[in-house]
Design a protein around this ligand. Structure first.
Ligand code: CU
Length: 469
């Protein structure tokens, strides 16, 4: 829910009451009131109340920041501050973000808009904002030390420029970046085209989200800010499956999904049941001649990708990152592969010391999604989320694209699970099983080996950590 608060009477600002009464009301009125969000739910699209018209986006588990028109300038107020973000039910993280959430609110403007952004720093250290991907005057680019002085604690800086290029953008600090981005300082920005654009088609649904990763030890609340690659929580808009909302659309809707990556690794984003076109990148809309159909698109570090599809297949379609360890949650690390290992003897010895000891993963890892293990406080099971037929065995960067005949235009509510029509679902074969016919001429090769080896045994070893991402 959007809440307005009287920023200058907030209890946290020392001497604010005095300042507010002593300083003129004019100076207070000069600053747009900050608007904050206290929930991680997907908010309905913000229909533009004034300014140039556009078709708004829907931010997955997020919201769009309202603005004020001031003599033809769109004024926004971002407040950089510590926030508590629910990663998924059962886990909260102490992050840094903007206006009550991390990621911060999506900023939506129209090509040609003059934009004024007030940025108030309520973090314990200085910050800046960089408007990632935009064409702006050099002094507005937000690289601390290079383009401007960092915004000191408690101060407000103003950025002002014209949103020249329509497209998909992001914002993030360019001051103590490794810490501030590891703590969740980031947000989405969409510049809509002014009227008809030859390369930007109107769509029925327009979704956006940022990819992000945190390293939060089970039982703790604050991300480790010195982690370079070995993150343990993979998220869309700082939400981990099953905390990520589904993307709910009507059958035959034309759908656009915009994805930005501010993690430290690439993410091959994969949609089931449909083909899509990459219609936009960091550089704006792609020329039509460069578009081809795909089901997976890699979003590299610092990149934005805009995909478009016709949602013409009804159902509940998985939508996820294809790096399989990114569809798991914390505790995914340092767990040895136990498939095929018989640990009956070992388990017996251990249970004499630790009665509740369980052997994990000897038949594969699917058991782990089902079993009820005691978890440390404030963490998520590795694989979780339950569908209509049982555990989905996914966490992290996973959600469901729901295509429904009855979904009304403009309705983003979850329609529940899809009921497959009779005869259209995988089923058990109960007839007789024939012996498989084996291929009889194994071993043919163009160059016979000089010496025949008696056969070698291989040990397949998966990398133990993620340093090779
Ligand atoms: Cu990924």
């Amino acid at each position: 829910m959007v809440t307005r608060r009287d920023f200058f009477r907030g209890a946290g600002v020392a001497g604010a009451t005095l300042a507010a009464s002593a300083v003129s009301r004019v100076s207070l009125a000069a600053l747009p009131e900050p608007v904050t969000m206290d929930k991680a739910d997907t908010q309905p699209p913000l229909l533009p109340p004034n300014g140039r018209p556009y078709n708004p986006v829907v931010t997955l588990n997020g919201w769009t920041l309202p603005w004020r028109m001031n003599k033809g300038v769109k004024e926004f107020h971002l407040v950089a501050e510590p926030v508590v973000r629910e990663i998924a039910p059962g886990m909260k993280a102490h992050l840094w973000g903007y206006n009550g959430q991390s990621p911060g609110p999506t900023i939506e403007v129209v090509e040609g808009d003059r934009v004024r952004l007030f940025v108030t720093n309520r973090l314990p250290e200085h910050t800046t904002i960089h408007w990632h991907g935009q064409r702006i005057p050099n002094g507005m680019d937000g690289v601390g030390g290079l383009n401007q002085k960092q915004i000191p604690v408690g101060k407000t800086y103003v950025y002002e420029f014209v949103a020249r290029r329509p497209g998909t953008f992001m914002y993030h600090p360019h001051a103590d970046e490794m810490t501030q981005m590891a703590m969740g300082m980031m947000g989405f920005w969409v510049t809509h085209p002014k009227g008809q654009h030859p390369l930007i088609d109107p769509v029925d649904r327009d979704f956006c989200f940022l990819l992000n990763a945190f390293d939060i030890d089970p039982g703790s609340y604050t991300p480790k800010v010195n982690t370079m690659l070995d993150f343990n929580l993979w998220m869309w808009n700082s939400r981990s499956f099953p905390g990520i909302d589904s993307l709910n659309v009507r059958l035959n809707d034309k759908v656009r999904i915009r994805i930005g990556n501010l993690t430290m690794t690439n993410h091959p984003i994969h949609l089931h049941g449909h083909e899509f076109l990459v219609t936009g990148t960091d550089g704006g809309p792609t020329p039509v001649s460069t578009r081809w159909y795909e089901v997976t698109t890699d979003v590299a570090v610092g990149q934005m990708r805009q995909i478009e599809l016709l949602a013409d297949e009804e159902g509940d379609w998985a939508f996820h990152c294809h790096k399989s360890h990114h569809t798991m949650n914390a505790m995914g690390h340092d767990v040895p592969t136990m498939i095929g290992v018989d640990h009956r003897g070992l388990a017996k010895q251990i249970t004499s010391l630790i009665p509740e000891y369980m052997v994990m993963g000897e038949r594969g890892m699917a058991d782990m999604g089902e079993m009820e293990m005691p978890l440390p406080d404030n963490t998520l099971p590795m694989m979780t989320g339950t569908g209509p037929y049982g555990p989905v065995e996914m966490g992290g960067m996973f959600t469901v694209f729901k295509v429904r005949r009855e979904q009304k235009p403009g309705d983003y509510k979850d329609p529940g699970w899809y009921k497959q029509p009779p005869g259209t679902q995988a089923y058990e074969w109960t007839g007789p099983l024939a012996e498989p016919a084996r291929f009889r001429s194994e071993g043919g090769q163009s160059m016979p080996l000089a010496t025949k080896s008696p056969g070698a045994e291989f040990q397949v070893r998966k990398p133990k950590d993620h340093s090779g991402h």
